[in-house]
Design a protein around this ligand. Structure first.
Ligand SMILES: Nc1ncnc2c1ncn2[C@@H]1O[C@H](COP(=O)(O)OP(=O)(O)OP(=O)(O)O)[C@@H](O)[C@H]1O
Length: 359
């Protein structure tokens, strides 16, 4: 089998995840802090031994707890790029990049040529003779990309590669990574908090929450039809878990919900209702008449966002949060302030119902 196949259970960290990706595919791993993203990468890189797990890359078994296989990190054909560039401080940039080919037995001249090729590919030729402390964070990270690629890995793992960079340096690195990952047809896993990274770099995405994969699919699917609170939040959508009732759906707190089930919806199965903040109207009193969905909420925050105002609120049952985008005029008219109890109202035609995938 080509590509990367991963199963990893690390009990002490409460992590049990699995995913597959084809050769040349880029997978983004999204999820909140402490979800288990880095742990999953560490298992793939061979830095953490899982209690139960199997890692196979292009037909080669790198980890198999059932058979006692644990190939050491430097023999896996996998390069890991961390948040910090972690260059060898005493070596020049060129020597840093030439390190992997030298370690693999290439001659000095050949390793130097490989280093020059990759420094050129990341637009860092001009730094070849510098030492790492003479580089900015963004420059160092570009050199780290060159060093990772010079090892000619079969898979590249990137653990929040942009997170230590300032806002000015991150876009340039993202463009560079897009070039080397997408155009280079590389098998790669990118752990990120940033949806822009997933959009720019990845073919597919998994969302990890509480040590489990709660969502997987194409980047577009996960963002437009999110099934997890995390994905909904980053996509800027409201998401409410619902259960099939006798004549429709209701939330855990008993709020009736009407919406449009999508094609993969299974009646009776757990589902989520998803709707955009701009489709929510805010009322002081509960409006009469169906087919509307009405949530009693308490306003927690009011944030001006350009021409609209985002009103964030907690549902009365305290089980979920919702957002409404309204005009500044209606905030003034309704005299909306944090702490006020109001009603969020959304038409049934604006609510999509998706089955929750169990992964
Ligand atoms: N070296 C370690 N030793 C023990 N427990 C750890 C270690 N590293 C992480 N953990 C724990 O394992 C769980 C998963 O952490 P992990 O770092 O994999 O999450 P993450 O999704 O990468 O988070 P972040 O986005 O904050 O980096 C957490 O409960 C964390 O506290």
């Amino acid at each position: 089998m080509t590509g990367l196949s991963v199963e990893a259970r690390v009990d002490a960290r409460g992590v049990d995840v699995g995913f597959d990706l084809g050769e040349g595919e880029v997978l983004a791993v999204l999820g909140p802090n402490g979800a288990g993203k880095s742990t999953a990468l560490s298992v793939v890189a061979g830095l953490v031994r899982p209690d139960f797990g199997r890692v196979e890359l292009n037909g080669r078994v790198l980890t198999d707890t059932a058979r006692g296989v644990a190939v050491p990190p430097h023999r896996r054909g996998i390069a890991l790029l961390a948040q910090q560039a972690l260059l060898f401080p005493h070596l020049t940039v060129a020597a840093n990049v030439a390190f992997a080919p030298r370690s693999a037995g290439r001659g000095r001249r050949e390793a130097r040529a490989i280093a020059e090729k990759w420094l050129d590919a990341v637009d860092a030729t001009q730094f070849a003779d510098r030492r790492p402390h003479e580089l900015s964070g963004g420059q160092a990270q570009r050199v780290a990309v060159a060093r990772a690629l010079a090892a000619e890995p079969q898979a590249l793992l990137l653990d929040e590669p942009m997170s230590a960079l300032d806002v000015a340096a991150a876009p340039a690195l993202r463009v560079l990574l897009r070039r080397v990952l997408r155009e280079g047809d590389r098998t790669a896993v990118v752990v990120t908090h940033d949806i822009l990274d997933a959009l720019a770099l990845a073919d597919r995405v998994i969302v990890v929450e509480g040590g489990q994969v709660v969502e997987f699919g194409s980047v577009r699917d996960v963002l437009t039809r999110p099934r997890s609170a995390f994905a909904a939040r980053i996509a800027g959508l409201n998401l409410v878990p619902v259960f099939g009732a006798q004549d429709g759906f209701e939330t855990e707190t008993g709020v009736r919900l009407h919406g449009l089930p999508d094609a993969d919806f299974v009646p009776g199965a757990p589902a989520v209702a998803v709707f955009a903040p701009h489709s929510v109207a805010v009322h002081r009193r509960s409006p009469e008449g169906s087919p509307r969905n009405v949530f009693r909420v308490s306003i927690s925050e009011i944030e001006v966002r350009g021409p609209t105002v985002r009103v964030r609120a907690a549902e009365a049952g305290g089980r979920f949060e919702l957002s409404a985008d309204v005009t500044a005029a209606s905030v003034a008219e309704l005299d909306l302030v944090p702490g006020l109890d109001v009603f969020f109202v959304v038409k049934a035609t604006e609510v999509a119902l998706h089955a929750v995938r169990t992964c």
